[in-house]
Design a binder for this molecule. Structure first.
Ligand code: ADP
Length: 573
């Protein structure tokens, strides 16, 4: 230090640079520390330049740059950087411009390659010095070889980007410390690397920050920060994913930022519509994914209508099947019923025919053989034979008429008939049939019945059936009354008995074909179940109606109504 003091005195007060150089060199010999040695060598070079001893200065700078590259000089600059900056100036001074440019280029490269750790102002200082030297030198080269200079220009651009990267890193470190503070405020006991957030910086760049730490709160928190390169993320990473998606031709996928600018994807066609949007999650910028679809409404309609056609068709087929099944079942049961009715009919009718025929045959045999002595008895047998044959012919007429009606061959043979005469004849025959055993069938007729256009055979058959039933279903207390009367419009004929009657719920059924009631008397009495149905058909053919009012065990009242024409109602008045 004493020697340095003396050297400084020689340098600055006495301005004896050779003496100063000597003293600095003596001090160098005793100096141990690299930083001090580098400093002393720099001083030797400086005073040597003042003394115009350039070779000694060069030597001193070189040895600093070679031996004390990383040593720090009192100003803080590394020895290598400071000495090489000085060397360039010295080389220019010695007139070796080409060498100086070479040195400048190399120094700039080393500076950018971060050979030394510098703070921002040190870096800027060195860069400024290099660039101003280069600018000075370029004037020497005006019009000459400028390739060396342009190399330096390129390095200058590199320096710019290095500076901005450095600025960004500095900014990032600030942001990281803010995030760490944030996390600590959140009282996260166990901070792990899942604590992440995405931050948009002032230049609209996205930073992904990750923070983590050990189990204990007092341990260090480690933070990572990454600048998201939009270009790489969108056009490489996301693009690869989107291309691997099974998107149809009419779909397009777009990624846009939070102000709606499209960042990725072709603009969607006008007729498309936005069908889905979704934000990125987690460690991604606040972008939106939009799925656009070319409007398919027309096709959708076709599709949906086709679908509904299938549904309707299915429903119709099912209804048709169900109806078919029901109808088949009904037809089958009707067929079965018909078959049963037919066989019932055949057996009933043959039975019905057999018994009267048998009695007719037996009685006629007896009469023929002359074995019946008493006149009275013979007469009785004749009555019975008459009754039985009447019944047979009634039955045959019933069946034949019904068959004709069924085959639509039936025709009324209308003629003017005097009702009281027709009824009188019918009742007489009926009374004969009943014979002498009970009271005869009574007939009450209004005084003046009109002559009426009817088929006498048909109405006779109707009356025979009704009177026959009245007799058959009266039991012991037989009392049958036939009445006939008329008003302006209709002629009424009623047949009343005091017999077994018909329950209310069966008064319509008795007019059905083959219907026979199931009570005791009906079962005993012979019949085919055809009579009343024929009555209804024949009266209907005349444009009239038949109905019954009845009470069980009290009797029945059958009423036939036959409409009168104006002509008829006037006749006989
Ligand atoms: P059938 O007399 O041959 O059995 P009908 O068609 O003439 O056939 O009558 C149908 C059914 O109506 C009869 O089986 C009987 O049960 C009932 N019926 C008909 N007339 C009378 C009546 N006057 N009184 C009670 N029941 C009757």
């Amino acid at each position: 230090e004493r020697l340095i003091g003396k050297a400084e005195e020689a340098e600055f007060r006495l301005k004896d640079y050779n003496r100063a150089a000597e003293l600095y060199r003596l001090a160098l010999n005793g100096a141990k520390e690299n930083n001090t040695r580098a400093d002393l060598l720099m001083r030797i070079a400086r005073v040597s330049i003042r003394a115009e001893n350039f070779s000694q200065a060069l030597e001193a700078f070189r040895s600093v740059s070679e031996k004390y590259n990383q040593s720090r000089l009192p100003g803080g600059l590394p020895g290598g950087l400071a000495s090489r900056l000085e060397l360039i100036g010295l080389t220019i001074r010695t007139g070796d411009t080409v060498g100086a440019i070479e040195m400048t280029h190399n120094l700039y490269k080393d500076l950018l390659a971060s050979v030394w750790t510098l703070n921002k102002s040190q870096f800027n200082l060195a860069r400024k010095k290099i660039e101003s030297d280069a600018a000075n030198m370029s004037s020497f080269f005006a019009g000459g070889d400028i390739s060396a200079i342009s190399k330096i220009d390129r390095l200058s651009q590199e320096a710019d980007s290095l500076i901005s990267r450095t600025d960004f890193l500095l900014e990032l470190s600030n942001l990281l410390s803010a995030v760490v503070l944030d996390l600590k405020r959140d009282h996260l006991d166990n901070i792990n690397l899942n604590s992440r957030r995405i931050i948009e910086d002032n230049n609209h760049r996205y930073l992904l920050l990750l923070a983590g730490g050990a189990e204990h709160t007092n341990s260090d928190i480690i933070c990572f920060g990454a600048l998201i390169d939009d270009d790489v993320l969108l056009n490489t990473v996301i693009s690869n994913i989107v291309n691997s998606l099974p998107l149809g031709e009419n779909h397009s996928l777009i990624i846009s930022n939070d102000v709606g600018e499209r960042l990725y994807g072709e603009p969607p066609p006008d007729e498309s519509r936005l069908t889905a949007t979704r934000g990125f999650e987690g460690s991604f910028p606040s972008w939106m994914i939009e799925l656009h679809q070319v409007d398919l409404r027309f096709f959708e309609q076709i599709l949906s209508s086709r679908r509904s056609i299938y549904v309707y068709a299915l429903v119709i087929v099912m209804i048709a099947l169900t109806l078919g099944a029901i109808m088949t079942a009904r037809i089958m049961s009707r067929e079965l019923e018909l078959a049963r009715l037919k066989s019932d009919f055949v057996s009933t009718v043959s039975h019905e025919f057999r018994s009267p025929l048998t009695s007719i045959r037996q009685l006629s045999e007896m009469l023929q053989s002359g074995r019946v002595q008493s006149e009275e008895r013979r007469n009785h047998y004749y009555d019975v034979i008459l009754e039985q044959s009447e019944r047979l012919s009634l039955m045959v007429s019933n069946i034949l008429d019904l068959v004709r009606i069924d085959e639509k061959r039936f025709r009324l043979n209308r003629e003017y008939v005097r009702v009281e005469e027709l009824l009188g004849a019918i009742i007489t025959r009926a009374s004969q049939m009943v014979g002498d055993k009970e009271a005869p069938v009574r007939l009450c007729i209004a005084d003046s019945l009109p002559a009426i256009m009817i088929d006498p055979d048909a109405i006779t058959l109707v009356m025979n059936n009704l009177i026959d039933n009245a007799i058959k279903y009266s039991g012991e207390s037989m009392e049958v009354t036939v009445k006939a009367f008329h008003d302006d419009n209709d002629l009424f004929i009623t047949v009343k008995d005091n017999g077994i009657g018909i329950p209310k719920n069966e008064t319509e059924k008795v007019f059905e074909r083959f219907y026979r009631r199931g009570d005791e008397l009906t079962r005993r009495v012979k019949g085919s179940g055809l009579g009343l149905s024929l009555v209804r058909e024949l009266v209907g053919a005349h444009g009239g109606t038949v109905n019954v009012v009845s009470e069980v065990n009290k009797g029945s009242l059958f009423t036939i109504r036959l409409p009168l024409t104006k002509d008829e109602s006037n006749k006989n008045g």
